[in-house]
Design a protein around this ligand. Structure first.
Ligand code: FAD
Ligand code: ZN
Length: 466
């Protein structure tokens, strides 16, 4: 039997797509990588995923897993060879269970994150994973990339929230590890091996995630800071005054918000012209008034301490939403502005101010006129330190000519400051060479041994990560 016939037998002919416009699967969100799949295969459940993998293993066909196709490092689209099977997990979209007493949710990999957040909320519970792509990214993609997002400072990243997984192995077997246990020291942790493996070690088909009680209220504020150093000082003050009630702390540079203003002019900008704007979120177990008061008191103290200037505290849910929208619109605004050199770096919070001062200056000196779209999850030491071509220049051309040199400058500075060149987006195709060049030989040897042990045929997402 041919591979296509075997795939049709596994999932039904209607779910094996080979013709027509397949760009929703073959073109990535940034419109930077366009591949061509041998076929797009859309299994309905775990058994069908396993059947697809067995068929591919028999025929030696490479498999690229895909969830919502919102990944930013070119890991979830096929290459241009026309030989890779694109396995979409979108039809695995059932919520299997919410266990309110155990504070867990078990769902299939293709569930859209926002739908799971809503399902938890209906039961008075919080699934504390949140990112700007939540309307289309999937639980499986979140775990495969160990996604971070805007609540990591309080709740950790996707790995910290995951208690169990169900995985289809490279051999087409099903590993059922969907325990909702907080404690389970029975040998090597297979779950943590698959989390963050970007589709190179196995196919995640379902997961059990931690929930938390829904806070009674959250309140949001914006504060203007003169420098990253001030923003870091504000973070220290916010942590000491709000402790666990501090559930968001995002930094936005002036140019990032100018891009939002030009591409989304309808969004109100309460602190126009601020060199740096910090978004703070406070979650309170008592009520709205309390959450708001705590933020107001914090911001008054920050003004006194000289680590913030003008500030606004949202007085309604709608206002809170529109402040968050400013932050969440930055990736879209820069995508509309054109291609840029994207960086997703993390640094010790204590090193951020000096890093920004020195690296901003070094970039200007070397690439006069470049514009920095610097924003991110300051509470986690994670910056999206993106370098946009000078005004009027062609973004694609700038990328072709200077991306390698910009990367070398930025990543050398990150390494010197004790940081990471990939904080939350992963390696994919984009940063594979960087990984090979910057990880220690011992770390690379261990990673390659794991890959060889779990996927000896090398069929799962080849050319990504390693
Ligand atoms: P895809 O893009 O489909 O896939 C991503 C990778 O995971 C690929 O390598 C793919 O092969 C693999 N994969 C997907 N599903 C599975 C599966 N079931 N089993 C095995 N492998 C699989 N990320 C952050 O961490 N924090 C952010 O704040 C953040 N903000 C974003 C904002 C925007 C506007 C966008 C577009 C992206 C953002 N991201 C962010 C990137 C982030 O990686 C994704 O949004 C999300 O986690 C990926 O989910 P997905 O379902 O779209 O995965
Ligand atoms: Zn981010």
């Amino acid at each position: 039997m041919t591979l296509l016939a075997a795939l049709r037998q596994a999932v039904g002919a209607a779910q094996v797509l080979t013709e027509g416009d397949l760009s929703a699967y073959e073109l990535d969100w940034r419109r930077r990588w366009r591949g061509r799949a041998l076929a797009v295969v859309r299994p309905a459940d775990t058994a069908e995923v396993a059947a697809v993998v067995r068929a591919c293993a028999t025929h030696g066909a490479p498999i690229v897993a895909q969830g919502g196709n919102t990944g930013l490092v070119g890991g979830g689209v096929p290459d241009a060879s026309g030989t890779q099977v694109l396995l979409s997990l979108q039809r695995l979209n059932r919520l299997r269970a919410i266990d309110a007493a155990n504070l867990t949710l078990t769902a299939e990999a293709g569930c859209v994150l926002q739908a799971l957040q809503a399902a938890a909320r209906e039961q008075g519970l919080l699934l504390p994973l949140s990112l700007a792509a939540e309307g289309s990214c999937t639980l499986g993609g979140n775990l495969a990339t160990n996604a971070g997002g805007t609540q990591v400072l309080r709740w950790g990243n996707a790995r910290d929230l995951c208690l169990g997984l169900e995985v289809v192995t490279a051999q087409g077997e099903v590993w059922s590890g969907l325990s909702g246990l907080r404690k389970d020291n029975t040998g090597y942790d297979l779950r943590d091996l698959f989390i963050g493996s970007e589709g190179t070690l196995g196919l995640i088909t379902a997961a059990t995630m931690k929930l938390a009680p829904l806070p009674a209220a959250t309140s949001t504020a914006l504060a203007a800071c003169a420098s990253p150093a001030e923003a870091v000082a504000l973070l220290g003050l916010a942590r000491s005054r709000l402790a666990e009630a501090l559930t968001g702390f995002e930094l936005m540079g002036r140019f990032a918000l100018e891009l939002v203003a030009s591409h989304f002019p309808a969004l109100p900008q309460p602190l126009p012209g601020a060199a740096w704007t910090v978004l703070l979120e406070c979650s309170d177990s008592e009520g709205q008034a309390q959450a708001q008061q705590r933020l107001e008191a914090l911001l008054a103290a920050a003004l006194e301490a000289g680590c913030a200037g003008d500030a606004v505290v949202a007085t309604s849910l709608a206002q809170s939403r529109s402040l968050w929208q400013l932050r969440e619109s930055i990736p879209l605004a820069q995508a509309q502005e054109g291609l840029n050199v994207k960086h997703d770096i993390s640094l010790p919070v204590s090193a951020i101010a000096a890093f920004c001062a020195a690296t901003d200056a070094a970039l200007q000196q070397r690439f006069a006129g470049v514009r920095l779209v610097n924003f991110g999850h300051l509470g986690d030491g994670n910056l999206h330190y993106n370098v946009q071509a000078p005004a009027g220049a062609d973004g694609a051309r700038f990328l072709a000519e200077h991306e390698a040199a910009v990367n070398a400058l930025v990543f050398d500075a990150v390494a010197a400051a004790g940081g990471s060149f990939s904080a939350e987006h992963g390696i994919g195709a984009l940063k594979r060479d960087e990984l090979a060049a910057r990880k220690s030989p011992v770390a690379l040897r261990l990673m390659r041994s794991i890959k060889a042990a779990l996927d000896p045929q090398g069929l799962l997402n080849p050319g990504r990560v390693l």
